[in-house]
Design a protein around this ligand. Sequence first.
Ligand code: PLP
Length: 361
Amino acid sequence: MPERVTATVDLSALRHNLQRVRQYAPTSRIMGALKADAYGHGTAAVARTLDGELDAYAVACLEEAEAIRSLGCSTPCVLLEGLLHPSEVSTVAARGDCLVLHADWQLDCLQNARVSQPIPVWVKLDTGMNRLGFCPEQAQRLAAAVQAIPSVRLLGWMTHLANADAAEPESTLEQLTRFFAAVEGLPGQRTIANSAGLMAYPQARVDWVRPGIMLYGASPLEGRLARQDDLRPTMRVESRLIAIREVPAGQAVGYGSEWRCAEPTRVGVIAMGYGDGYPRHARSGTPVLVQGQVVSLIGRVSMDMITVDLRACPQAQVGDAATLWGGALPVETVAAHAGTIAYDLFCGLTNRVRYHYQHPD
Ligand SMILES: Cc1ncc(COP(=O)(O)O)c(C=O)c1O
């Protein structure tokens, strides 16, 4: 049966992007972010492709770690949000996952835990993100507390950068200064940088780096495209033209009649809408590729369809493939037209989309 919407994931591009991480941070260990179903790419294929290549997988929670382990992957998982509930301690200990420790209630749980093997923990310091983590001034106290708990093994110190993607460096430099001051002289390793951090701040390439989005071939840096930094897109989302109509001048297209034809216009209908994960807020003018040519989204995105202006591609026919993002159409560009980011498009694909995997040779 022909498929409506497909996401083709290029696993050799994933490998290439990992190489790019290594080029940026050749001496760092790599904790690759595989949370949220590997940024919407499919945990199974991504975890299998990168198993043994990465030093750890970063996931949000126990279920995501279990999904990876059930594949038989040997790469250890780090639960970025740590314990979500005290009852998780025994499962974490039994499975051998690493925890991020970011709150005193989690420390209390670990204090009372009975485990056969100490649980490895990264202690997270909040250096300016104001989301998760201990105040950096508490690092000394935490080092002593963690080392005094037999059920825990201190791996080291983590922080997360709030603005590493932005052009202005001040707040990131402040975060780095705060972090380095807090952990100076303390035992354990350090990890600071997400993709933006490791690409833009050499001083953030410490013992471990934690790339996510760059592995999936989208630029983490504001206003840049992945290809400018030799990152290759890993996901191509495609559908088809299912109808073409000639709409007279003055007529409107789609819900709310927001887009009106200034002249007689050949309008194409593509079978992908927000019910598939196409961003509902994509504006008229968002690029779509038909027969390799750029055409523009017009009118509002519907649940199952979008409409495009085919004047730039007069030879288009019903049945032609349309690329919504990926390949020659940067996901960052589409995301920007929808007022969002590539992460959101990747993670937003729904279970209507059929995945295909291109395996490395
Ligand atoms: C703590 C932490 N580290 C690393 C990452 C990876 O970030 P990115 O995908 O921007 O590289 C994330 C993702 O949100 C994160 O929450």
